[in-house]
Every structure is written in C-alpha cells, then in structure tokens.
Design a protein around this ligand. Structure first.
Ligand SMILES: NC(=O)c1ccc[n+]([C@@H]2O[C@H](COP(=O)([O-])OP(=O)(O)OC[C@H]3O[C@@H](n4cnc5c(N)ncnc54)[C@H](O)[C@@H]3O)[C@@H](O)[C@H]2O)c1
Length: 450
C-alpha cells in the first residue's frame, strides 16, 4: 500500500494519541496520520518533540522523514509534551514508551510505561481505549488496567488493550502499513471493535488479525522474539561445532535453510543479534518466567544469550589470530557500528561491543558506519572514526566487517587492497564471497568456516 492510495478516513473516526515518540512511536504516529487519522504525538523529551514538530526524524528510518513532512503538512499530525492535552484529544491512546533492561537485573524496567500511563489516565474524563504497544512482561497489562481504573476520572469507562508491535527498524513503514499480522489483546467486544476500526485500512489490505486476551497478546511478542533469537543462536552454535572439526557453517546453513520446514531466514551465521529488542526481551522473559515459577520452561534462553555473546568474543579472537596473536598497536578497520544494517540504532550493538573490546586490548580501532556515526561517537568517544570505508581502512592491519550494510557487501576487494597495510579481513557477518576476496590476495576468515 502506498500512502497516496489511502482515502482519508471518516471525520467521525477515532482521534489517536501516540505516547512515546521513539523508533516505534514516531513511526506509528506518522503512519496513522498517513492513513488519514488525526494524531497527537506525546513525549516527555521536549527536544525530541520540537524536532519532530519541525519535520525532523531524530533517528534513521528510510522513508520516514518524507512521510513525516507530508503528515505535518496535512494538518493531521501534531506533537506535544502535554498529557492533559492528549487526554482531552484522544479517543484511542497508544502507549509506545521504552521498556529497557533494568540495571543490574534481567528484569524489564517498566517505569516509563507506568509513568506514561499514570500521567495520561489522570486526565481522561470520557470513554477511551488505552492500547499498549510496548514490549512488556506478561501480566503487566492486567496491572495497568487496574492502575488506569483507579486513577482515571472516567474510571471503568477507560479500557486497556494490548497490541504488540513487530516492526523491524529499516522496514518500519512497510511493517506498520502491511504487517504480517495484527494481534489484538482485549477484555471486551467494544475494545476489539475499536481496534478493528482504527486498523481498518491495514486490515483492508489483507493483514490477518488474531484476537486474544491481554496476557496472550503480551506473550506473543516475547515468544516471537525468543524464537528468532533461538534460531540465530542455533546456527551460531552449529558454527562452534564446525570450528571444532573444520566444517563450513555457511554451507551447512544453506543446506538447512532449503528445508521448507526450517527456512533460511534468521539462519545466517555470524556475530549474532543485538539492538534495543531481542537481547533485553529474552532476558526479561527469563526473569518473568522465573517469577511465574516456570523458569525451567525457558531456561534454554540463557544458552541462547550466552551463545550470542560468545560470537562477539570469538570475532575478537579471529582478529587477534589474523594479527599474529597480539592486538597491541594493531590497526583495525571496523566496518559497521549499528546493530544491523538500515538502522542507526547502536543499542547493545555487537559491532561496537567488538570494536571497543579490540580497543581495550590495545588495538587502534577506526570505525566507519554509513549512518550510525554520530550515535557511535557519542557512546564510544575513545574509538577513532573514519570518513568513509576507505578512510577507515587506510593503513589497516586487519579489516573486520561487523554490520552487513550493502555498501560493505559491494566493496571491491582489489580496490580496498590498495589502501590497507595488510590484506586481512574478518567477515563477521558472512556477507562477503571468500573466493573473490582470496583471489584478490586477501587472507579471509569468518566464524565457523575453515
Ligand atoms: N524499536 C523497535 O524496532 C521496536 C519494535 C517492536 C517493539 N518495540 C518496543 O517498543 C517500545 C519502544 O521502543 P523504542 O525502540 O521506540 O524505544 P525508544 O527509547 O526509541 O523510545 C521511547 C520513547 O518514550 C519516551 N518516553 C519515556 N518516558 C516517557 C513518558 N513517561 N511519557 C511519554 N514518553 C516517554 C522517550 O523519551 C522516548 O522518546 C519498547 O518496549 C520496545 O521493546 C520496539
């Protein structure tokens, strides 16, 4: 669906607020306005709100800046820091605030969710639906429903539903407009009807709807992320076995992926997962399952997490091996900083974890990433930063590919050979063709490949 094809929704359509305008909330607010709804975006970060209101998306997401400008020009999208204004404006309120990992624990930090919900509920004086989209431990919604009822002047007239979000950074608009599925966790037919009304343009394009209770909806999200993380760590566990016997995990993954029951997606071996979702979501799930007395059922997620972390350490080992056993004074070009391509998100980014470890071990690390440079510099000021791939690689003793941006996949090994000090590359993402690199005189290494 392109937004140009979208008919404006009826004037009687519910008015929406989106509370928390980060990666998820800003995308949701812009897309719902593009679909024709009147939308008010709300955040406690006044600087973020003023950037969004002036047409600037504070993070990298392909297509979103253009869609934001259009939505602002249409007059359907506005931004505010005022919760009373939001409570007065909205018929349906989407809660999209962050749920990071709590410091010193695997548990999710729910302070943003609790603060946002309370601040909103205090001023809700008429029938309204609050819809949680943030990823939360199962059971949170039931607690928030009680909180809303006790705080809101409208009392029982304010209902809570859960609509977990599955968008992928880099594909956020398509995933919002045409999701694989919509999950509506509801406590009443009225809430389901309201959600079907709000998502009518999306449902009309063919996205299936699964209606559940609140707790099942919360679980769908963490179960999905746990499955994806497990699939990634599964193939990376196979990489460890391959390394022990000289087998090739790349060929193994190709052969496994051709089995339609297994499928090739999320089966690429390499440096593993990171970002603002998978790592903290599997840990929060472990913690919550233990609270519920069923920790044993998901205990394997601890292994999934550990396998994932071992890939980072093993990538550092490969760089050290290529450098001759000692990283002190070795010049390393680190290609990639974002946790994945097509994003500037560096939360728990494997790339920066590896780059900073190499730095701590004495290497001189120069990083380049197509879009995450500002975020990386702020978080890791001690690392050096190049202006381009070739600038970062200039004089390098070892090049290490850490995020599989397409521009890195397309590097001409012969051309890169002219600027490096030594032709040695670690392909942390199985993104390069080893035959091509070796033919150009490079010593090529990848996790789980001979
Ligand atoms: N980023 C993704 O790709 C993605 C995908 C699916 C689900 N999620 C989930 O969505 C939620 C949000 O993730 P994100 O990546 O957008 O996080 P984020 O940190 O980018 O955004 C959170 C926003 O909430 C705002 N906020 C904090 N406290 C607030 C309050 N009391 N009132 C109003 N706003 C407040 C912050 O200022 C920030 O702008 C998380 O639960 C995450 O797990 C994220």
């Amino acid at each position: 669906m392109t937004t140009d094809q979208v008919e404006p929704v009826a004037a009687t359509s519910p008015r929406l607020t989106v509370i928390g305008t980060g990666y998820l909330g800003a995308t949701h607010a812009v897309c719902m306005a593009a679909l024709g709804y009147q939308v008010l975006g709300v955040d406690v970060d006044a600087a973020k709100i003023s950037r969004l209101a002036s047409g600037e998306v504070p993070f990298f997401e392909p297509g979103l800046p253009e869609l934001l400008v259009k939505a602002l020009e249409s007059g359907r999208l506005r931004f505010t820091t005022s919760f009373p204004e939001a409570a007065d404006f909205g018929d349906v309120h989407f809660v999209c605030v962050g749920t990071p990992q709590r410091a010193g624990s695997f548990a999710a930090d729910l302070s943003q969710v609790e603060a946002a919900t309370t601040a909103l509920a205090r001023d809700v004086r008429r029938r309204a639906l609050v819809v949680g989209k943030s990823t939360v431990p199962v059971g949170t919604a039931a607690r928030l429903a009680d909180l809303i009822r006790s705080v809101a002047p409208a009392g029982d007239d304010v209902e809570l539903a859960w609509n977990p979000e599955f968008l992928r950074e880099g594909f956020a608009i398509d995933d919002t407009m045409q999701p694989d599925r919509l999950v509506f966790g509801v406590s009443s037919p009225w809430a389901e009807h309201r959600l079907r009304e709000v998502f009518a343009p999306v449902i009309g394009q063919g996205s299936p709807v699964v209606v559940t209770d609140l707790q099942t909806a919360e679980l769908v999200k963490v179960a999905a992320n746990s499955f994806l993380a497990t699939k990634i760590s599964y193939i990376n566990a196979m990489a460890e076995v391959c390394e022990a016997i000289g087998a090739d995990v790349h060929d193994l993954a190709v052969a496994l992926g051709l089995d339609a029951r297994i499928g090739s997606r999320f089966l690429r071996p390499g440096l593993g997962f990171g970002g603002g979702c998978l790592p903290k979501d599997i840990r929060a799930f472990l913690h919550r399952a233990e609270e519920l007395g069923v920790g044993h059922a998901v205990a394997f997620l601890r292994d999934v997490d550990e396998i994932n972390h071992r890939r980072r350490a093993r990538t550092v080992d490969l760089v050290r091996e290529l450098a001759g056993g000692d990283l002190r004074g070795v010049r390393v070009a680190a290609l990639g900083a974002a946790f994945k391509p097509d994003s500037d998100d560096i939360r728990d980014a494997p790339a920066l974890d590896v780059a900073s470890t190499l730095h701590e071990l004495g290497a001189r690390v120069r990083v380049f990433d197509p879009v995450a440079m500002d975020n990386a510099r702020r978080a890791w000021p001690a690392l050096e930063y190049g202006r381009s791939t070739f600038d970062a690689a200039s004089g390098a003793d070892v090049v290490v590919l850490l995020t599989e941006w397409s521009q890195f996949r397309e590097i001409d090994p012969a051309a890169l050979a002219t600027v490096v000090g030594k032709r040695r590359i670690v392909d942390g993402r199985h993104a390069l063709d080893p035959a091509r690199w070796r033919a150009a005189g490079w010593e090529y290494r990848a996790l789980g490949r001979p």
